[in-house]
Design a protein around this ligand. Structure first.
Ligand SMILES: Nc1nc2c(c(=O)[nH]1)N[C@H]1C(S)=C(S)[C@@H](COP(=O)(O)OP(=O)(O)OC[C@H]3O[C@@H](n4cnc5c(=O)[nH]c(N)nc54)[C@H](O)[C@@H]3O)O[C@H]1N2
Ligand SMILES: Nc1nc2c(c(=O)[nH]1)N[C@H]1C(S)=C(S)[C@@H](COP(=O)(O)OP(=O)(O)OC[C@H]3O[C@@H](n4cnc5c(=O)[nH]c(N)nc54)[C@H](O)[C@@H]3O)O[C@H]1N2
Ligand SMILES: [Mo]
Length: 676
């Protein structure tokens, strides 16, 4: 038996440190690494299923050619030689008859790491490609945090022990960052108070001392109203603001208009609750405020995060032990790109924001998109307004998907190539919560017939007559170049790398890499870069009663589609054990909203708007705010008969080119008998 230290490479907060047990070349057990300071020997329910995932009977083990219609599971196995020849022919024809930019290269976050760069090396030789910009996940909040503080610092997990108050705002840490939640609970046991702000009484909200459930997308208004109370009652930290803040007087003038009585109306919370929460924020110092990604999946997401961060600024909760505004960790970007030598930079055509993948593919002209390579991504289920992705993919001449399973996206490919798992290639991976860089060690060989992406692109380069020497670089050689200065692979094998350590206090030196060198409540850069107001004024979400009363009349429910505890986006959606562990897959609504529509508990309903419709049972749930409906995302069209993203909007966030998954209105009705 051999034991390897490794780390979960999903796009996830926790990046769990794991020990992989291997016997006779086979992975037999995966457990949490007890030596990790932050994940401390525990795994989430998904990582606990890595052995089963690796040897899942549905895992793809050889290249497959689709013989049935798009969406079906009719594929036949072909040899690697045939697959590579077909792919090389298709790409050569695309470039010859049209332009290299008639090829779409699309990768998402199914597997992070630095060994994912070989696709780009191949495309440099190919000469060009089309792409989309932005990100489905976190960019509005990242941009907002950067505009205000200059960098994305994050407090270390240990700092909660010093906080009097922790606010988890639009973050369901008990589900999406369970190891963080352990630290929160430990602090609570010592007297720290936890406030959770979420329209839904989530697992996290149930653990909180206070839960505020505002109307979705109105948090910016709420935060500005809290600031109104804090400033009008002179509860702010005047000295901190004088020393370290740019634009305070403008901000103070701005928040005057956000009266708590107005906020009560807009956010649907009692005025008294708002006033009390404001006083609490100012009084219970040091306080940590952690904004989740959920709160920025709206058109107004960036400005909302700026309003949230501003609260910590005016209360002087920046640079102090136990304080801090947390969003994500700049350490997530510790590794640099590998300096490949390429004949010329590829000509990249940016088609548009990733949230509009389907729309921009359909609209691309001169050249139109003819072919696509998709890896580490499942846009058929994960991208918003997914019916547009469906139309776009089925119109292409050639689609190659590299994945471990026959996902909804893979079913629309002409050619599917089997992908390696995390245990089959060495790489490094940082955590976006704790920021610790860990080695992900290769511990087993890929099963016969499976190649790493690097090997796939190498074979393709060879078939197309490109030089292959750089594709032969192994993981150690790549890591050697991309790791932060002074850090070696050898050292990383012995211990993980934490740039700051457990006692780190972000911004303790009060130096901010912003244009003014101070915290920018007033940001000219926001205006120049994003045409946003330099102050964090509130604008309603695009799909709301305030912004679009006509739409609201037709579709009066806010649909939230957050993460399930039992899937990683769409991953593990094919795990029978986890599917069983999840509560029934249903749309959850407040009993009043069910009664108003004559819906019985458990009844089949149709959830619809002008983009699409799905059907599923409804569950009456007191924990969901009236006017809101909740469906966990990540179900598979091919397995579960529906993907919630046929309903979601493909608008773009106010900054960072993010997606607006939760900025989505729907209506729900009883399924009439005989309706499909
Ligand atoms: N409605 C709704 N939609 C959402 C969200 C939401 O909250 N609500 N969240 C959004 C967010 S935050 C994100 S990050 C995106 C994620 O979107 P995606 O990254 O597209 O989705 P995933 O389901 O994580 O995984 C993509 C695929 O990668 C494959 N994969 C895993 N490892 C490897 C590998 O080593 N090589 C290759 N080639 N493939 C591999 C998996 O099998 C999986 O099919 O989804 C977004 N979609
Ligand atoms: N179990 C599990 N964990 C995961 C993932 C997974 O798929 N499964 N995916 C990982 C990834 S890719 C990501 S991006 C992270 C995201 O993890 P989180 O940061 O927790 O973000 P979300 O799950 O998108 O949303 C969090 C909460 O925001 C709430 N919310 C929605 N709208 C609003 C609003 O207007 N105001 C407020 N205050 N709250 C609102 C939702 O009800 C939800 O409970 O999780 C990571 N961890
Ligand atoms: Mo994400």
């Amino acid at each position: 038996m051999k034991i390897f230290r490794t780390v979960c490479p999903r796009k996830c907060y926790d990046a769990c440190a794991m020990l992989a047990h291997v016997e006779d070349g086979r992975l037999v057990k995966v457990e949490g690494d007890p030596d990790s300071r932050v994940t401390r020997g525990a795994l989430c329910p998904r990582a606990d299923r890595y052995v089963e995932r690796t040897y899942h009977p549905d895992r793809l083990l050889q290249p497959m050619r689709r013989v049935g219609e798009a969406g079906s599971d009719e594929f036949e196995p072909i040899s690697w030689d045939e697959a590579i020849e077909w792919m090389a022919d298709s790409l050569t024809r695309t470039a010859r008859e049209s332009d290299p930019r008639a090829l779409l290269y699309y990768a998402c976050t199914g597997h992070d790491g630095v060994m994912t760069q070989f696709g780009n090396l191949f495309l440099s030789h190919y000469g060009g490609y089309s792409s989309v910009y932005g990100d489905l996940c976190w960019p509005a909040g990242m941009e907002a945090t950067r505009l205000m503080f200059g960098t994305l610092h994050h407090t270390p997990p240990e700092s909660y022990a010093h906080s009097k108050l922790i606010v988890l705002w639009g973050k369901n840490a008990a589900v999406t960052s369970p190891h963080q939640m352990r630290f929160v609970k430990e602090a609570q046991a010592e007297g720290t108070q936890l406030v959770c702000v979420d329209p839904v009484r989530t697992k996290t909200a149930r653990l909180a001392d206070e839960h505020l459930a505002p109307t979705p997308g109105t948090d910016g208004f709420l935060a500005n109203a809290l600031a109104h109370v804090i400033l009008s009652e002179d509860l702010h930290d005047a000295e901190f603001v004088r020393e370290h803040v740019h634009g305070f007087e403008d901000y103070r003038r701005m928040v005057r208009q956000y009266e708590p009585s107005k906020a009560a109306e807009v956010c649907g919370l009692p005025k008294d609750t708002i006033v009390k929460f404001a006083r609490r924020l100012a009084a219970q110092k040091p306080a940590n405020l952690n904004a989740g990604f959920g709160v920025q999946r709206y058109r107004n997401g960036g400005q909302t995060i700026r309003s949230l961060a501003a609260l910590q600024v005016i209360c002087g909760n920046i640079g102090n032990v136990g304080g801090g505004f947390d969003y994500t960790n700049e350490a997530a970007f510790l590794a640099r790109p590998y300096p490949f030598k390429v004949p010329a930079q590829p000509r990249v055509r940016q088609l548009g924001p990733v949230s509009q993948l389907g729309r921009v593919l359909l609209g691309a002209k001169s050249p139109r998109i003819r072919a696509a390579i998709i890896e580490r991504a499942n846009p058929m289920t994960q991208n918003p307004f997914s019916s547009t992705v469906h139309y776009a993919l089925t119109r292409l001449d050639f689609v190659c998907v590299i994945d471990q399973f026959l996902t909804d996206t893979a079913r629309r490919a002409n050619l599917v190539l089997p992908a390696k798992t995390m245990f089959e290639e060495t790489d490094v991976h940082p955590g976006q919560w704790h920021g610790i860089l860990q080695i992900k060690e290769k511990c087993i060989e890929p099963p016969g017939g499976v190649r790493t992406e690097r090997e796939i692109y190498r074979a393709l380069a060879e078939a197309m007559g490109y030089p292959t020497d750089q594709f032969d670089l192994d993981a150690e050689a790549v890591l050697h170049e991309v790791l932060p200065a002074g850090l070696s692979v050898k050292r990383l094998r012995k211990e993980s790398f934490d740039r700051h350590g457990p006692d780190h206090v972000p911004f303790a030196d009060f130096r901010f890499r912003t244009p003014s060198g101070k915290i920018e409540l007033l940001s000219t850069a926001a205006e120049i870069s994003w045409h946003c107001d330099p102050l964090p004024f509130y604008a309603p979400p695009k799909e709301s009663a305030q912004a679009d009363p006509e739409r609201f009349k037709l579709f009066p429910l806010h649909l939230l589609t957050p993460k399930s505890e039992y899937r990683q986006n769409s991953q593990w959606g094919n795990d029978p054990h986890l599917n069983q562990a999840e509560e029934e897959h249903a749309i959850r609504m407040h009993p009043d909203d069910c009664v108003a529509r004559g819906l019985e508990d458990g009844q089949e309903v149709r959830v619809y708007n002008d983009r699409g419709a799905i059907k599923m049972p409804v569950r009456r749930d007191e924990g969901v705010r009236p006017g809101v409906a909740v469906v966990y995302s990540g179900k598979w069209l091919s397995r579960d008969g529906m993907s919630v993203n046929v309903l979601t909007s493909d608008h773009v966030t106010d900054m960072g080119y993010g997606a607006t998954f939760f900025d989505c209105l729907v209506e729900v009705e009883a399924l009439k008998s005989g309706t499909e």
